[in-house]
Design a protein around this ligand. Structure first.
Ligand code: DAH
Length: 369
């Protein structure tokens, strides 16, 4: 900025020269009109309205003018800055309006479009029933026990009194793991969880163990190579078959309703002695063996009873192998397949429906409980 100078001729200060001021305004207006975005306009504003812009410099020169020249120069520069300021404000408004318009188009939501529907999942009925049964037993003070699906052959068979030559060992078509001498199998039953529990805990023991089991069956209407069992084991002083029946009855009532009666038949399992099979009265024909039209009941095949599963008093040999004194403690155990019971309960036509994982199947039952 020049110092005060009483002999000053404004025409000689080039920044204040009217032609230069006009040129600065024209240049600014051209730049403003050419600003295609708000960012561009910001740069234009700094260049033409900022502290270092020609008009700001011109404005600063006014202070150095003699009083007689100040008014005219001030008016000229003031008007020039005013025009630039207005043009920037107008362009700013235009560009903001354009931006808002664009955002409205870009972010437009058509509320009339059909929504992308995400089907609510549903838990598989096998899972639900297993949990319902386990929960009910937990409610009676039992604990849930678990074991691995990849089980040692010893726990799956030998410890359950199924020695290497035992015929029942061949009856359960087993998946062996490579190499065969690894001693590992995919467990064929949940019964090894009994052994694990007895080896781990001191009596009294009351456990329920739901889980997957595996056998080399082909998938057909009534078989599947992967299925589910639920195993119960109780070891305490003075347990008898009466307690076993009580537990089985409780189980069946949870699964098929309060009114369901059971019956037991003598049977054989190497890890129980005595052993029995339990049947429950057919929930479809209530034991009559025929439906309302007199035709043979399809759920029980006309017998009035449906097989539930195996059970018995834990074999003394098994107790001893697990370090439990059979003269002090006795126990009972039972193990049931879940799939078959569920198929009967819900009238599921074939095993395929059970295992294929179609959400529409699960949804029919998945909200239950
Ligand atoms: N584990 C037997 C099976 O898969 C079923 C079974 C029978 C379980 C008797 C038991 C039992 O706990 O006591 O065929």
């Amino acid at each position: 900025m020049s110092g005060p100078n009483t002999n000053y001729d404004p025409v000689e200060v080039s920044a204040l020269d009217p032609a230069n001021v006009d040129a600065a305004v024209q240049e600014a207006l051209t730049a403003i009109a050419g600003a295609g975005s708000l960012d561009d306009l910001k740069a234009v504003r700094i260049a033409h309205q900022g502290e270092k812009s020609p008009l700001a410099l011109a404005n600063r020169e006014i202070g150095a003018l003699p009083p007689s020249a100040k008014a005219e120069a001030g008016k000229r520069v003031g008007q020039a800055r005013g025009r630039v300021g207005q043009a920037i404000a107008a362009r700013q408004a235009e560009l903001e309006a354009e931006r808002d318009e664009r955002i409205l188009v870009e972010e437009r939501v058509d509320v009339t479009l059909p929504a992308v529907r995400r089907a609510a999942g549903a838990r598989h009925p096998i899972e639900l029933v297993s949990q319902r049964l386990a929960d009910a037993f937990v409610g009676m003070g039992w604990e849930v026990a678990e074991g691995p699906e990849l089980e040692s052959e010893w726990l799956n068979f030998d410890a359950l009194n199924l020695g290497p030559d035992h015929p029942a060992r061949q009856m359960q078509d087993t998946f062996f793991l490579d190499p065969v001498d690894s001693g590992l199998v995919l467990r064929t039953q949940t019964s090894p969880v009994q052994i694990r529990t007895m080896l781990e805990k001191e009596p009294p023991i009351y456990v329920v163990a739901p889980g997957k089991v595996f056998r080399t069956d082909d998938l057909d209407a009534t078989h599947t190579p992967v299925f589910h069992q639920i195993e119960c084991l109780a070891i305490d002083k003075g347990l008898t078959m009466a307690h076993l029946r009580g537990a089985l009855d409780a189980f069946v009532r949870i699964m098929f309703g309060e009114e369901t009666r059971t019956r037991v038949r003598a049977s054989y399992f190497p890890f129980t002695e005595p052993s029995m099979e339990t049947d429950f009265v057919c929930f479809a024909c209530h034991g009559t063996g025929h439906d309302e039209s007199g035709a043979q009941c399809r759920s029980c095949g006309g017998s009035g009873w449906i097989e539930l599963g195996g059970s018995g008093m834990v074999n003394r040999k098994v107790l001893r192998a697990c370090g439990i004194d059979p003269d002090v403690y006795s126990g009972f155990a039972f193990g049931l397949g879940i799939e078959r019971a569920l198929m009967l309960r819900h009238g599921v036509q074939g095993m395929h429906e059970m295992v294929e994982g179609d959400i529409r199947f699960s949804q029919q039952f998945g909200m239950e409980v």
